[in-house]
Ligand binder design. Structure first.
Ligand code: GLA
Length: 382
């Protein structure tokens, strides 16, 4: 893929790329819809991601060509107000990163940029976070900004929130920026501190894409967020992180049913996330199984973000686990992927079983990826 990108750069710009940067997509093991409630998440970075090939120009123009969008071009000037381009939505993630860095007072060099990624799009594996984090990493290195993992994540998140119209939390960007080979990140979204937890070698991360496409921008995601904020407001706390299950019960009469159930998901999910990370550290697989199992049910029944295809995949994998792994929906929901931690020697049998049963019921095959946790954003060629 790297060679392909630098070759494409030459054919598009008729010169060599002098920089190549990469940031991965992510999968979340547990801790869903907790990030924007200042809670805990437990994602890891993947092998798939977005590559950004660059060459510095002599002016203050950013000119980008996007391989995933039929080599479409887009450009903007760095001294004017950088605004969104409604006719070229992918460019807004990058325009956002530039605008935020300029607003922070940084000086940026003009660049020719070729971008291409291999994160399955629309599957909920954070192709967009990998795009904005990879670009932020490129700008940081090229302009000697020395941005840290949390700086990169915050800038990429603001770009999505303010320029791409998605009010996502910070999990995807943080996992993409700070991932570590062989580890998952137990991240506290309140202060962005994280602990690295080793994923034992005998476990595969199986990602099963239902191929029910989800689109977070303009979706029910923002409604869920509003339900959580309403619950926090009624309970008199700044965010659900400051609420307890006891307080939730005491406030039950004041809360509408939706706010109550959304908050119950978030509060119990925080407990499960900490418990799952601890269990993985201790090699306690029955507890890993239980926390992931309960997480799925809570997303299905309280947070209501699963769809029948996803529930079916989870049940099919679940039937083949024997307290030796775990399975649940991952990501924002309404389609997308299931994540499973499974023993290596069972992974292919589980894949075959899920493919056959899913095809029988839904007349299409899911895409299955066998993954390991990988490193976060990095320079490949400078
Ligand atoms: C999407 C968002 C994340 C997070 C998850 C749900 O992936 O981008 O910030 O909220 O949904 O856990």
């Amino acid at each position: 893929m790297q060679q392909q990108i630098t070759d494409r750069f030459v054919s598009v710009f008729s010169k060599n790329a002098t920089g190549l940067y990469f940031a991965p997509g992510r999968v979340n093991l547990i801790g869903e819809h907790t990030d924007y409630n200042d809670g805990f998440v437990f994602p890891c970075a993947l092998e798939f991601g977005t590559y950004v090939a660059t060459s510095v120009r002599g002016d203050n123009v950013i000119r980008v060509c996007a391989g995933n969008f039929g080599d479409e071009f887009n450009e903007w000037t760095l001294n004017a107000d950088v605004t969104t381009d409604e006719a070229c939505l992918w460019s807004n993630y990058l325009r956002g990163v530039c605008a935020i860095l300029l607003a922070q007072g940084h000086t940026l060099k003009g660049l020719d940029v070729y971008i291409e990624g291999n994160v399955p799009r629309g599957a909920g594996l954070s192709s967009s976070a990998s795009l904005s984090v990879a670009f932020a990493k490129a700008l940081s290195d090229i302009n000697d900004l020395g941005l840290t993992v949390s700086d990169l994540a915050r800038i990429a998140q603001s770009a999505e929130n303010d320029f791409a119209g998605c009010s996502c939390g910070i999990m995807d960007q943080l996992a993409s920026a700070g991932g570590k080979d062989g580890h998952a990140l137990l991240l506290d979204c309140r202060d962005l501190s994280f602990d690295l937890v080793t994923i034992p070698d005998h476990l595969d991360i199986l990602i099963i894409d239902s191929r029910v496409e989800r689109n977070l921008v303009g979706s029910e995601y923002n409604d869920r967020r509003a339900d959580c904020e309403r619950a926090a407001r009624i309970m008199g706390v700044n965010s659900l992180r400051d609420a307890t299950l006891e307080a939730l019960k005491q406030n039950r009469a004041q809360l509408d049913d939706l706010a109550y159930r959304r908050a119950r998901h978030v509060l119990t999910e925080n407990v499960r996330t900490l418990s799952c990370a601890e269990a993985l550290k201790a090699g306690d697989m029955p507890r890993v199984y239980q926390t992931m199992h309960d997480s799925h049910l809570s997303m299905r029944d309280d947070f209501e973000v699963t769809v029948p295809e996803i529930d079916f995949i989870v049940e099919t994998v679940d039937a083949q686990l024997d307290n030796d792994g775990g399975v649940r929906m991952t990501g924002g929901g309404f389609g997308g992927c299931v994540v499973a931690l499974v023993p290596n020697d069972k992974a292919h049998a589980i894949e075959a079983e899920v493919k056959a049963k899913y095809a029988e019921k839904f007349a299409k095959e899911p895409n299955v990826y066998h993954c390991k946790a990988k490193d976060g954003a990095r320079a490949i060629l400078t």
